[in-house]
Design a protein around this ligand. Structure first.
Ligand code: B3K
Ligand code: ZN
Length: 881
């Protein structure tokens, strides 16, 4: 394990390396305990580098076995090798020379899942961000681009399949049961995109003909017997390839594109050139084992990794500070893909819910950082919601600012100008400035400044003058190490909704640039005056969530309900209703804390039945509209002195109140949604199942009876129906015979399918209330649980900490202690996953006092450990600071 040295990396310290590695030739002789890696690097001294500059290569836990410099064995004193670096001082005079490095590594012992490791007997690699240096000494940084030739040797029986990046060149037998394959990747790439897979896997094969007529062989490799479960992923891949051609003019560039699914993986997937490696959770699907959400995730992640081929691989990052250059942009691209494949409005609502659930708390807590950070201690801790999700929102805003045509021109310019390079956010923005002639200098603050801007708005209407006025003020709250903030350029899409529900015309607008339905805020305060407004409008602001801000807009509940019914922007309809629910829930939780019973407005309670039955709305939209804000959403809106128990009680009370009011209508719609046809994962069918499942929650709450959920569980024809029913049984009727029976049946049915058992773990981990912490402890001893498998840990313990507000925040601190203990257990072999789990503590200061103390104690216990990885130390110290 790399222990923390306290070193901080800074953006301003960037300088190019003295040497380039133009060609990389690797030979792997695979063995679980002793894999021999021979790396022959063609090195070039860069222009301007001193003749006597040493070559300093990165390593991580390596031991040097052999070294040749310029073809000759290196002599003593000419170099120095430590586990984390190889420094060669005596180098050939020529500007171009070869060095050969031999290292011996042990994939079977690698439980950190970075570098070369074994997952279920399959050799695989994960190199981003800095895993390549666990394989061989190298200039392991994204601005060193090299072509790779890779030879893999293995025992044919153990590893009949040998894959690496690029195109296959050659393969054959070696004798003694060994065989080999050679791969060549002609596209220069940084080491983080290197990949190797070797093992005994099954595969499905297909082909794709690109727009210009090139034929590409496609392969997806999975455990034997699971081949049929990869069909949906293959379909998603082909749709992604076509979409990128049509929407962005981007074609695929190699002869083959392979995907491998493995069961031990630190994240979702990895975009290695021509050889994507996936967490099997995001490849395998059939109706029996995958929910509609799983299908949607597979589609999105297959697309995301594929889209990286241009945004990330062909054009990569100069340094890791520029991570959003590839991640934010690629998330934007996968969001657009899913919007085109499914329903744009529904997709947008889902995106905003995710952004608010994950990025807003990050931006508002101790781990806040700009989309492009300026410093880090451990880069793996910066694969965050801010870099990914807010990074995507920033690209979306560029699209809003420029319009579709200029946005595309800017992207085209970026691809043309920077293909084959490692670049920066400045390079990216310059392309849009040039293509559009617009000045993006103030806008660029979205990349540089952390924190969610607050926008406060008040409105007035003068009926005699027919004038409507908006008083708008922006502020950006201070965040760690950034106390003073500059004013942002915030694009607010809007509409003035008239009494008939349609957008109203107006003669003119003054006080801010107002163009194409967007108000551009650039100053602290704007008074925007609309003239010629014939009746008092209701303002619909930040339509489509055009800017990732928090909006404080005083509005009568009646007007909000009007927007929820009539706004022409579906996202804003959802937002209006969601705000009404949130306000009602905050008030209810305050009353509960004060010992009073909550009461809710009749108008609000009446509306859900109307939506449920509104056939003009897509079922998926209705499902989202009827979903109450999660407990964590309510807590985030309250902001401080949080009592999770009161919030949980408030949410339950509102659900019951709505259910009581709408029971008859909900029951009718629920019955009508019963699907008797064959299963299809398409968006419309998934939407109907989603609506039916939301209604099941309400109906079960109204009846106070598990019978309906038990019936759905019994009769379910897909995992979507079965898992939702199980959830209602376990969460609304914990400990009941019906719940116990369903949990046992589920376990029995899927006992040999770990991915499905993850659903069983998470359902139990998220049972509200005090007792769940003990249940989680018991489940950690279940034979299917494994502390070294990230999916198991994330489902059971991660699910508990991040999605069980009343369980995790148990008042006596037991939930915090369980998390801290687990983090330390995981830390011993996998620092990256441990650090990720620790993020669940990030909002501890917003809790009420007693819980704050308990959380602080648990965090301090971790911090007190003498030896911590820099991954975990970094998160814990920033969280406590
Ligand atoms: N680029 C990878 C993430 C790597 C994470 C390293 N800690 C997957 C993705 O975003 O597509
Ligand atoms: Zn990505």
């Amino acid at each position: 394990m790399r222990t923390d040295t306290g070193q901080v990396f800074r953006l301003e310290d960037y300088r190019p390396s003295d040497y380039a590695i133009v060609e990389t030739d690797l030979t792997f002789r695979l063995d679980p305990e002793r894999t021999r890696v021979t790396a022959t690097l063609t090195v070039e001294r860069r222009e301007g580098a001193a003749k006597d500059a040493p070559l300093v290569l990165d390593g991580d836990g390596l031991a040097l076995d052999e070294l040749l410099v310029g073809g000759k064995p290196a002599v003593k004193g000419s170099h120095e090798a430590t586990p984390d670096s190889l420094t060669i001082r005596r180098l050939p005079k020529a500007d171009r020379f070869e060095i050969t490095i031999v290292t011996i590594i042990a994939p079977a012992a690698n439980k950190a899942l970075m570098g070369l490791y074994l997952s279920n007997g399959v050799y695989c690699t994960q190199c981003e961000a800095e895993g390549f240096r666990r394989i061989t000494y190298y200039l392991d940084r994204p601005d060193v681009l090299s072509t790779y030739r890779v030879r893999i040797e293995a025992k044919e029986k153990e590893a009949p399949l040998l894959l690496s990046n690029g195109n296959p060149v050659e393969n054959g037998r070696l004798g003694d049961g060994w065989h080999y394959a050679v791969w060549h990747d002609p596209f220069p790439k940084p080491s983080y995109l290197f990949a190797l897979v070797a093992g005994d896997l099954g595969g499905i094969h297909d082909a794709f003909v690109t727009a210009s007529g090139r034929k590409v062989k496609l392969g997806i490799y999975v455990e034997h017997g699971k081949e049929p479960l990869a069909a949906y992923a293959m379909d998603a891949l082909k749709r992604s390839m076509r979409w990128d051609e049509e929407r962005f003019g981007r074609e695929y560039d190699l002869d083959v594109f392979n995907i491998v699914a493995v069961s031990d993986f630190n994240m979702g997937a990895m975009e290695n050139k021509g050889l994507n490696v996936f967490n099997d959770k995001y490849v395998l699907a059939d109706p029996e084992t995958a929910t509609d959400m799983d299908y949607a995730n597979i589609e999105a992640i297959i697309a995301h990794e594929y889209f990286h081929n241009w945004t990330g691989n062909r054009i990569t990052c100069r340094d890791w500070f520029q991570l959003c250059l590839k991640e934010g942009l690629t998330v934007y691209r996968d969001h657009e893909f899913s919007a085109d494949q499914r329903s744009r409005a529904v997709k947008r609502i889902a995106e905003v819910r995710t952004l608010k659930a994950h990025q807003f708390p990050e931006d508002q807590g101790p781990l806040a950082h700009p989309v492009r950070p300026r410093r880090y201690r451990e880069i793996n801790n910066f694969y965050t919601a801010t870099v990914y999700e807010k990074g995507s929102e920033v690209v979306r805003m560029i699209h809003t600012l420029l319009g579709a045509k200029d946005f595309r021109a800017g992207m085209d310019l970026y691809f043309e100008r920077h293909d084959g390079q490692a670049v920066t956010i400045e390079d990216f923005l310059a392309c849009f400035e040039e293509a559009s002639g617009k000045d993006l200098s103030q806008f660029a603050l979205w990349y540089h400044q952390a924190g969610t801007p607050n926008v406060t708005v008040s409105t007035s209407y003068d009926a005699r003058a027919k004038e409507y006025t908006l008083e708008i003020e922006q502020s950006v709250p201070p965040t760690p190490s950034e106390s003073r903030k500059r004013l942002m350029h915030i694009p607010l899409a809007f509409g003035l909704v008239g009494p008939n529900g349609q957008d109203m015309e107006y003669d003119s607008a003054e006080g801010a640039a107002v163009e194409n339905g967007v108000i551009h805020l650039r100053k602290r305060r704007h008074t925007v005056l609309f003239k010629g407004v014939s009746a008092r409008p209701v303002i619909s602001l930040n339509r489509g969530f055009s800017a990732p801000i928090t909006l404080a807009l005083e509005m009568r509940p009646k007007d909000r309900l009007f927007l929820a019914r009539h706004d022409s922007d579906l996202f804003s309809r959802w937002q209006a209703l969601n705000t009404l629910f949130t306000e009602a829930l905050i008030e209810a939780s305050t009353r509960i804390r004060g010992g009073k019973t909550p009461n809710f407005e009749a108008a609000l309670l009446g509306y859900p039945a109307e939506i449920a039955a509104d056939e003009n709305l897509e079922a998926a939209y209705r499902a989202l509209a009827l979903t109450l804000p999660a407990e964590a959403d309510i807590a985030r809106e309250i902001g401080n002195n949080i009592d999770p128990d009161a919030i949980g009680a408030a949410r339950e009370a509102l659900r019951e109140a709505i259910a009581g009011e709408a029971q008859a209508v909900f029951a009718k719609v629920y019955d009508a949604l019963q699907d008797d046809g064959p299963f299809s994962p398409d968006a419309a069918s998934a939407g109907r199942r989603a609506l039916r499942n939301v209604l099941l929650e309400y109906l079960s709450a109204a009846a106070q009876d598990p019978a309906l959920a038990a019936r759905q569980f019994e009769e379910a024809k897909s995992m979507t129906e079965r898992a939702a029913a199980l959830n209602v049984l376990a969460h609304q009727f914990p400990g009941s015979g019906a719940a116990e029976k369903a949990l046992a049946a589920f376990e029995q049915r899927y006992h040999d399918n770990p991915l499905v058992l993850d659903k069983w773990f998470i359902v139990q981990a998220t049972i509200p209330g005090d007792r769940t912490v003990d249940l989680v402890r018991r489940l950690m001893a279940h034979p299917a649980f494994s502390i070294t498998n990230p999916n198991r840990v994330r489902s059971l313990v991660g699910g508990f900490a991040s999605s069980n507000q009343t369980g995790f925040h148990r008042a006596d601190g037991e939930g915090y202690r369980l998390l801290a203990e687990t983090i330390l257990r995981v830390e011993a072999h996998n620092p990256q996953v441990a650090a990720r789990l620790a993020i669940a503590f990030r909002s501890w200061r917003s809790l009420e006092k007693n819980r704050q103390e308990q959380a602080r104690a648990a965090l301090s216990e971790i911090a007190r450990q003498p030896e911590l990885s820099r991954d975990l130390r970094d998160i814990v110290e920033r969280t406590l600071a």
